[in-house]
Design a protein. Sequence first.
Length: 76
Amino acid sequence: YKADTGRSVPVKVKVEKLNPQVKVIFAGTNELSGAGDEQTAVRFRLDAAGQVLEMATRDKLLIRAEDFSTKQGASK
């Protein structure tokens, strides 16, 4: 995200299973502190029938710092 305020931004995340009925699997809030900040809200594995096998909030980096810097430089 990009914010001009210099303050962190709360980000609400909700994951719902839709079939056969709506069921909240995860709901939580993370704080993003600046451009390039990345946090894992939730990670989960499903079985072949779509049932949740396991869930975790352990971070997993998706964007490397050099990837973000390259994208920022290209957008200027």
